[in-house]
Design a protein around this ligand. Structure first.
Ligand SMILES: NC(=O)c1ccc[n+]([C@@H]2O[C@H](COP(=O)([O-])OP(=O)(O)OC[C@H]3O[C@@H](n4cnc5c(N)ncnc54)[C@H](O)[C@@H]3O)[C@@H](O)[C@H]2O)c1
Length: 304
């Protein structure tokens, strides 16, 4: 028998009452971790609130012999984010892994996008990553100062929309691109406290995607590999959240079906240096020559 790779660890998963977060929570528990299952139980557009989804996943984990506790706080508030950490420490005595996953969509073309829909999506994804990260980081810094340098892990959730852009998702793409920037900074700042920070861009069948992408997300019949099941994304998340991933930080992975891809991000391409200030016309000529030598960017999702 192999040893569970998260034995003895405690993981917090935000938005774990449904979809990908639920799959991550169950997968961490199956590898021996104790879980704080956070979910505010909101509707598809982020409105409403229910404690049912978090408690249901806790019940599922316990029925399988695991240990879990529900947290139905809002991770976009200081109170909700701080209590995530205190529930982990008070219930299980420690915190090792934070999976930032909670979120929702308010899709519109930019020209029709209301300020409220911009704010709500930026808040749940960007602030909803920052606040739990900040409170977990403060805990791990205190642990380090007390001489107990942790093997802590944070997994953030970006999206292909943030990496390449996605028509009709200007708010969401901006937030998910911001999460990549946050991941890079957190990885650099928090290494000294024994914390590794990576991001995933998943794709799976959840309530977020099952209508918009009904055909590509549909479950096959008859024992064929269910490529778009959210459970297919979780193994990488569990490994990143374990001590086995030592040395891996500041990276972005796409995870979908049976495929894992390291995303290679912005890096300098063709460059020119005049050694003095360009005129606008000269700068334009140089830009066109450089673009001719550069690779084409990936297509924006949904662009024709
Ligand atoms: N499904 C995909 O293909 C896909 C693709 C790219 C990125 N993602 C990202 O993966 C993450 C999970 O999405 P999903 O597809 O599982 O969606 P989902 O709607 O099934 O699950 C998201 C959960 O987050 C919870 N939540 C929302 N706001 C919250 C808050 N303030 N505090 C606590 N919980 C809150 C919801 O109640 C819900 O249960 C999201 O960040 C999403 O943007 C999903």
């Amino acid at each position: 028998m192999t040893t569970a790779i998260c034995a003895g660890r405690v993981a917090v998963v935000t938005g774990a009452g449904r979809g990908l977060g639920r799959a991550h929570a169950l997968a961490f528990a199956a590898e021996g971790a104790k879980i704080v299952v956070n979910d505010l139980g909101v509707g598809l557009d982020g409105t409403g609130r229910a404690s049912g989804p978090a408690q249901q996943v806790v019940d599922e984990i316990r029925a399988l012999g695991g240990e879990a506790v529900a947290h139905d706080g809002d991770i976009t508030t200081t109170e909700g984010a701080a209590s995530l950490v205190s529930v982990a420490v008070d219930t299980f005595g420690r915190l090792d892994t934070l999976v930032n996953n909670a979120g929702f969509l308010r899709d519109r073309m930019l020209v029709n996008l209301d300020e409220d829909d911009w704010d709500a999506v930026m808040r749940v994804h960007l602030k909803g990553h920052f606040l739990p990260l900040k409170h977990a980081a403060a805990h791990w810094r205190a642990e380090t100062k007390a001489g107990r340098t942790p093997e802590a892990r944070v997994i953030n959730t970006s999206s292909g929309a943030g990496l390449l852009g996605s028509v009709g998702q200007g708010n969401y793409a901006a937030a998910k691109a911001g999460i990549v920037g946050l991941t890079l900074v957190a990885s650099a700042e928090m290494a000294r406290y024994g914390v590794q920070v990576n991001a995933i861009a998943p794709a799976a069948r959840t309530r977020m995607t099952e209508q918009t992408f009904a055909d590509s997300m549909a479950a096959p019949e008859g024992g064929v590999f269910d490529a778009m099941a959210p459970e297919n994304v979780s193994p990488l998340v569990v490994w990143l959240g374990s001590s086995a991933s030592a040395g891996v930080t500041g990276r972005v992975f796409e995870a979908e079906a049976g495929r894992i891809t390291v995303m290679e991000g912005w890096r300098p391409g063709p460059t020119a240096d005049k050694g003095a200030r360009w005129t606008p016309a000269e700068a334009g000529g140089a830009a066109l020559r450089l673009l001719a030598a550069a690779g084409a960017p990936g297509p924006v999702y949904g662009a024709r």
